[in-house]
Ligand binder design. Structure first.
Ligand code: ZN
Length: 460
């Protein structure tokens, strides 16, 4: 007896060369039969007219307090994503949401290294970095996030963090920038130089190609592609949204985040708390604001009120991404494979969860085949994160499935580890599963979390 059978759909699974009508059966959280299902099921769902794809993986989200919040789980799940990497995670927040709330997602997180918060300074010693990496893994993170673009470390400390992570087989993602550069194309060049031949995940490549350095976003995207193609040890993702996401927090009258200051400069506003207030009033800076269980970009008056009520410590988005450059980055290939491995959102509780919507638009426009979409949104992210049981629908694989209506450009159903998350367009999932490294298993168990230990394989 299967737990769940999806009938009537068109199954597309590039890793197993499957592309045609097929039934899919699930038992005990795994794919149990593919093709013509011979045994009965507790629940059968007719997905006629839709495509049955390996579960969509968003390799860049925000679900914890640093840049996100609890609402992110439902916002992600509503789009058909079943696995999310929280890029600045916090075990307290995730433990609360994965037990008492959540939306049934698989969630892994990276622990952020932030000077003045999780590190003493912007130039930590080798020992301090080693301690931070060890604590991150023991608390349940699968790795660390370097937030150089917002809160930079010195180039030396950045290189040390990458080396320490590699030695511990700890995942490391980098929002580029150090005390010597910024969140731009020069920062990307420096990041790849500092990482040399060590594994690194370059976060949201599109955000370094806004024309900040040369005034020409498309030329910067071409440069980013050349740099990444020359560094095969680096994996990367990019997203398709005009809005970025950053912090509106100000200290002593100045925005704390370097990204926020750059956005104010790009919009011709003063790089101060007063400049940020003017940008909010003008509708250029959009404060993140809770409404009906979701986070939305607030209109100016509501945004100002929220920003003031939170003592400036709110999230904010600026329309600074250049879409032609972002489309070039998402679709570019070198000798066959995509240069940038994954399509992501940098969303979650930042309201721009457009992975499925904009990814399927590229398919509708014939910029991608649907197979390309699966590669960018499931297979490649599974390989980046070292998850061999995800990204495909072979018998024995994790029962992570996303069913999409290509004409409507959206997901209708999704399943994570055998449990329905999205049911005919409505989020039905609760709780969720934390993916941890072997070092984090004890922490997950002691918090009573549904968890799975991942044993990362090589990069790529
Ligand atoms: Zn992010």
């Amino acid at each position: 007896m299967h737990d769940l059978v999806l009938t009537g759909g068109h199954l597309l699974d590039p890793a197993n060369d499957a592309d045609g009508p097929a039934e899919l059966a699930i038992r005990d959280g795994r794919i149990s039969e593919v093709g013509r299902v011979t045994t009965g099921a507790r629940r059968t769902v007719d997905v006629s007219g839709h495509y049955v794809l390996p579960g969509i993986i968003d390799s860049h989200t925000h679900l914890s307090r640093h840049f996100g919040s609890a609402e992110g789980h439902g916002m992600v799940a509503a789009t058909g994503v079943v696995t999310a990497l929280d890029m600045a995670g916090e075990i307290q927040d995730l433990a609360r949401d994965l037990t008492g709330g959540g939306a049934g997602l698989n969630v892994a997180y990276l622990h952020p290294l932030v000077p003045g918060a999780t590190l003493w300074s912007h130039d930590p010693s080798e020992d301090e970095i080693a301690g931070a990496v060890a604590r991150a893994l023991a608390s349940g993170a699968v790795g660390i996030k370097l937030l150089g673009g917002h809160y930079p470390l010195t180039p030396k400390a950045t290189a040390q963090a990458v080396a320490t992570a590699a030695a511990r087989r700890c995942y490391v993602a980098f929002h580029v920038g150090t005390t010597a550069t910024g969140s731009d194309i020069r920062g990307l060049e420096e990041a790849l130089h500092l990482a040399a031949d060590l594994p690194i995940h370059i976060a949201h490549v599109n955000s370094y190609c806004r024309g900040q350095t040369t005034g020409d976003p498309v030329a910067e995207a071409q440069r980013a592609l050349d740099l990444l193609a020359a560094h095969p040890c680096a994996v990367s993702e990019s997203y398709l949204s005009v809005y970025n996401g950053t912090s509106a927090r100000c200290q002593d009258g100045i925005p704390s985040s370097a990204v926020t200051k750059t956005c104010l400069r790009l919009g011709n506003f003063e790089q101060s708390e007063g400049g940020l207030e003017a940008a909010i009033r003008a509708g250029y800076a959009r404060i993140h604001h809770q409404k009906d269980g979701e986070i939305v970009l607030a209109p100016p008056a509501d945004g100002l009120e929220t920003w003031r009520a939170l003592g400036t410590d709110a999230g904010v988005s600026f329309p600074v991404n250049h879409i032609p450059s972002a489309i070039l980055l998402a679709t570019a290939r070198r000798n066959g494979p995509f240069v940038i491995d994954g399509l992501s959102t940098d969303g979650g509780a930042i309201p721009r969860n457009f992975l499925v919507r904009h990814g399927l638009m590229l398919v509708q426009m014939s910029a991608w085949t649907l197979r390309d979409f699966v590669v960018k949104a499931s297979l490649n992210p599974a390989r980046m994160l070292g998850l061999p049981a995800k990204g495909h629908l072979g018998v024995g694989a994790d029962a992570d499935v996303t069913v999409v209506d290509l004409d409507a450009g959206r997901a209708r159903w999704s399943v994570a580890r055998g449990r329905v998350v999205l049911a005919d367009g409505r989020v039905e999932g609760r709780g969720g599963t934390l993916l941890v490294s072997p070092a984090g298993e004890a922490a997950a168990r002691s918090r009573g979390l549904a968890h799975e230990v991942i044993h990362r394989e090589g990069w790529r």
